[in-house]
Design a protein around this ligand. Structure first.
Ligand SMILES: Cc1ncc(COP(=O)(O)O)c(C=O)c1O
Length: 288
């Protein structure tokens, strides 16, 4: 069955879907995006994702292409037309197409695009194996809290990680050694005190929806949660480490640079949170 994309009010074949060469997303990365998981036929944490979408738009003074209720209808239509029960919905909005000039155009309709594809969270064998991360210098701007499509530092970091045999890059500040987050994931450690530690949701990181969900699942499970900065050095001596995101869920980290995390196997707390998140994802439908 062929895939369908949504482009500015029309459902079109994915293969031929297009926007203008003068689109400001293409020319200036003047746009925002969201990725929402679909599990068992429903959107996972739909409303928090839409809240973050609204916030990103507002922070960049991008006008919404349509009201939330209409967006939610298009999202559901995309699921239906693409027959996706397990996968991801991608949505992107830009300041629209206009003659190339940096300041905001006086007249431009926002571009809104959605695509949808089948994809699964890492399966049991991948979770059991865990992955490696590579530390890279934090070179990004001071508005990482906005989910903007300007992802060049993230792309370069992730590419470098892959070339070093690692799955993800960990942005690490050279001034103080603090790990902010991954290229497309949030970073967590469990130091020897058994607490759960992750960088606070400041403008230095993207406040992940999965991060928030995992923190709440952890609190419900009685864990002590600390939202505080941690250094690469502290991470390397931690008992456990993992990353979170919409596409990875809770993914164990078993190696940081050249050093194994603890015994080089996923930690028990990480595996427990992975199971709790998987259960939430499959069952946690937010009422429409
Ligand atoms: C830089 C960055 N941090 C964290 C995340 C994780 O966010 P979420 O859990 O909302 O997918 C992402 C997701 O794309 C990201 O790009």
């Amino acid at each position: 069955m062929s895939r369908v994309a949504y482009v500015n009010g029309r459902y079109v074949p994915h293969a031929t879907a297009h926007v203008s060469v003068e689109d400001r997303g293409f020319q200036f990365a003047d746009g925002v995006y969201e990725v929402i998981a679909i599990d068992a036929g429903h959107f996972v944490d739909e409303l928090p994702h839409l809240d973050r979408w609204d916030r990103s738009l507002a922070e960049l003074r991008l006008p919404p292409a349509m009201p939330r209720n209409a967006m939610r209808q298009v999202m559901r239509e995309m699921l239906r037309r693409n027959r996706v029960r397990e996968g991801i919905l991608y949505m992107q909005s830009t300041r629209g197409a206009a003659r190339r000039d940096a300041p905001f155009p006086r007249q431009a309709d926002p571009t809104l695009v959605m695509t949808c594809r089948r994809q699964s969270l890492p399966g049991p064998a991948q979770v059991e194996a865990g992955v490696a991360v590579l530390s890279v210098p934090e070179i990004r701007w001071s508005r990482c809290d906005v989910k903007s499509v300007a992802l060049l530092p993230n792309i370069l970091a992730k590419q470098k990680a892959r070339e070093h045999g690692a799955y993800e890059a960990w942005f690490t500040r050279e001034s103080d050694g603090v790990v902010t987050e991954g290229g497309s994931t949030n970073a967590f450690i469990v130091p020897t005190d058994g607490h759960l530690v992750t960088h606070p949701a400041t403008n230095a990181i993207l406040g992940g929806i999965t991060r928030d969900r995992v923190l709440s699942l952890a609190r419900d499970a009685g864990l002590t949660v600390e939202e505080r900065p941690f250094t690469l050095e502290e991470a390397k001596s931690a008992r456990e480490a993992f990353m979170t995101s919409t596409t990875t869920g809770v993914y164990p980290i078993v190696q940081i640079d050249d050093a194994p995390v603890a015994n080089g196997r996923p930690g028990s707390l990480t595996l427990d949170l992975n199971a709790r998140y998987m259960a939430f994802s499959a069952n946690g439908e937010v009422p429409a």
